[in-house]
Write a protein that binds this ligand. Structure first.
Ligand SMILES: [Zn+2]
Length: 573
């Protein structure tokens, strides 16, 4: 990562003069002069937690009073969030399985996978507490054998035992009673955990011309009991059940399209049969991914909030005008802006001192760029746009991010906080890599994130963050700031542990996401839990967050041992 080293060099060189202001517009100098970091930040923290408290008075506080108030409010909000996270670790996992003639290998895999799935989940995410249930469906022709239900239970051997009695039974046409099966799972089972997962597996679509052009359909007008995809799936949504599908044949493609129109995007796993051992592996992967994905979703956005929150988040993405395609750069206007970043602290003391991240340690530089007119994606907090640095040769592709809500305060302060988080993560990754290199471990690197201020197009100053664009690799989320490991990578979990030990229990860097290269992880958008609740924004869950989400979940692995990280006393919440 020559770019990161380059940044470091710059920062050292620049550390004597405060900033390279020669090309900096006077309006920015004035913005910076006006900015009272501490006060702006405290006000924003109070503002952001106000939704959770009726105490909204914010008049003429002294800075000390403001600090106390912000601290109390943040701690209150954190404690509420941590309770919600804890509840979201309780999971109902329901297999809704087509049990007709052709499904024999899949019935066997569902039975055989469950103990391994639960062992895996317990090993990787010990906080997750799953209950398992089953709803098998066949067709109207099968009469009393149309449905087979095993209600949720945490006695997993009983599940396996029950599955011995589930046998494939044929019937008189190709489509199956899919809607009846889904409806039974949704309405006849005792869903009660905060996180609800319905993993549907089948090779043929529901009845009706809407779902299939197969000739061999005894009910071409649709379900004889009057069920429709709309009423079944809307009921599922209102019960806050998350839908996942295991695909076996392309016969279900039309059904998936219709389902997506109703509930938005959902994950689809490849469960094509063949080799039974490979099929079992696919089942284990699909079921454990469904659990961790659902928990990461409910714990980060949905928990404790209104039941529609999770689905509305998935839908919001669709309703906003997003354009996933790279723009035609030649038609976009050229803009002049300024980028700003912090000098990397020289020591741990600098990193731990909130006052270090102040105007005097900022560097800025003028910047020539283009930005797409529509975002290509939206996360929980930010929109992301394609951007391009046009003065560099060759031009460099970038991602420009903007907060969904700027809040009432000065956005400059909020964007600088994002740069501060990235600077802290960068500092710690550099220290980690220094030790890891000797042990031949993969490197952990963070993208160089800077603040970008624009203002030449509409005269209205806008703030963003800007970072290099990651390319040619699948973007993955490895863990979340709620303590869920979504893709286990021992090096990354050891890095999280390292940040805790290196900072002497002051913070942990988590929410690791980005791409995985040959011998390197390239990450972006981390979160930091820190014992100081007045740093690192809303995703910092403080001292108790470190305890519950990191210490409560982390299992030291071989990389931790190789790095000689100290053993953590296990806390079971
Ligand atoms: Zn460890």
């Amino acid at each position: 990562m020559s770019k990161l080293f380059c940044l470091k060099k710059n920062s050292n060189n620049a550390s004597t003069s405060t900033s390279s202001t020669s090309t900096i517009p006077s309006s920015l100098v004035s913005d910076l002069d006006k900015l009272n970091f501490t006060e702006e930040r405290l006000k924003r923290y109070v503002d952001e937690t106000n939704t959770l408290s009726s105490d909204t008075t914010l008049v003429s506080n002294t800075q000390k009073e403001l600090k106390n108030k912000a601290k109390i409010l943040r701690e209150k909000a954190i404690s509420k969030t941590l309770n919600n996270i804890k509840r979201s670790m309780e999971v109902d996992l329901c297999f809704v399985l087509d049990c007709t003639g052709s499904m024999q290998p899949h019935i066997a895999a569902a039975k055989d996978c469950i103990l391994q799935v639960l062992n895996y989940v317990k090993h990787v995410n010990p906080s997750i507490k799953p209950r398992v249930g089953f709803c098998g469906y066949r067709d109207h022709y099968n009469g009393l054998n149309r449905l087979q239900i095993f209600d949720f239970n945490d006695q997993y051997d009983q599940f396996t035992q029950y599955m011995q009695n589930v046998l494939p039974i044929g019937n008189d046409d190709l489509p199956e009673d899919v809607l009846g099966g889904l409806n039974a799972a949704i309405t006849q089972m005792n869903w009660k955990s905060d996180t609800r997962v319905l993993l549907h597996i089948g090779d043929y679509p529901p009845h009706g011309r809407r779902f299939t052009s197969l000739e061999d359909d005894k009910y071409p007008d649709g379900d004889p009991n009057g069920l429709t995809a709309e009423n079944v799936l809307e009921n599922m949504q209102s019960k806050n059940i998350l839908y996942f599908f295991g695909k076996i044949t392309s016969e279900t493609d039309k059904m998936l399209e219709i389902f997506r129109d109703i509930i938005g995007e959902f994950p689809v796993f490849d469960l094509v049969g063949g080799d039974p051992i490979k099929l079992l592996e696919k089942f284990i992967k699909a079921a454990s991914t469904s659990i961790t994905y659902a928990v990461s979703l409910t714990s980060t956005i949905g928990s404790g909030n209104s039941s529609k929150e999770i689905y509305s988040f998935q839908r919001k993405k669709q309703k906003l005008v997003m354009n996933p395609n790279e723009p035609d750069w030649s038609t976009l206007p050229f803009q002049i802006g300024v980028t700003m970043w912090y000098h990397i602290p020289k020591s741990l003391d600098g990193l731990k001192n909130p006052k270090y991240f102040n105007k005097s340690n900022l560097t800025s530089k003028s910047f020539y760029f283009k930005i797409a007119s529509q975002p290509f994606s939206a996360g929980v907090e930010k929109y992301a746009y394609f951007g391009r640095d046009i003065k560099s040769i060759p031009t460099k592709d970038a991602v420009i991010k903007e907060y969904l809500h700027d809040g009432k305060g000065n956005p400059l302060e909020k964007y600088l906080e994002a740069v501060e988080i990235s600077t802290v993560a960068y500092f710690l990754s550099r220290e980690f890599n220094f030790i890891a290199r000797k042990k031949n471990l993969p490197k952990v690197n963070f993208l160089d994130v800077r603040l970008l201020r624009s203002g030449t197009i509409d005269l209205h100053t806008r703030y963003y963050t800007i970072e290099p664009r990651l390319k040619d690799a699948e973007y993955k989320r490895f863990n979340t700031n709620t303590g869920v490991i979504t893709e286990l990578r021992p090096t990354l979990e050891a890095f999280v542990h390292f940040t805790y030990e290196y900072t002497k229990e002051y913070l942990v860097v988590c929410d690791l996401q980005g791409i995985e290269l040959n011998n390197e992880f390239l990450l972006t958008d981390p979160a930091i839990h820190c014992i100081d609740p007045l740093r690192f924004g809303r995703t910092n869950f403080g001292k108790n967050g470190i305890k519950q989400l990191f210490l409560g979940n982390h299992r030291c692995n071989d990389v931790c041992k190789e790095l000689k990280l100290s053993k953590l006393s296990h806390i079971n919440n």
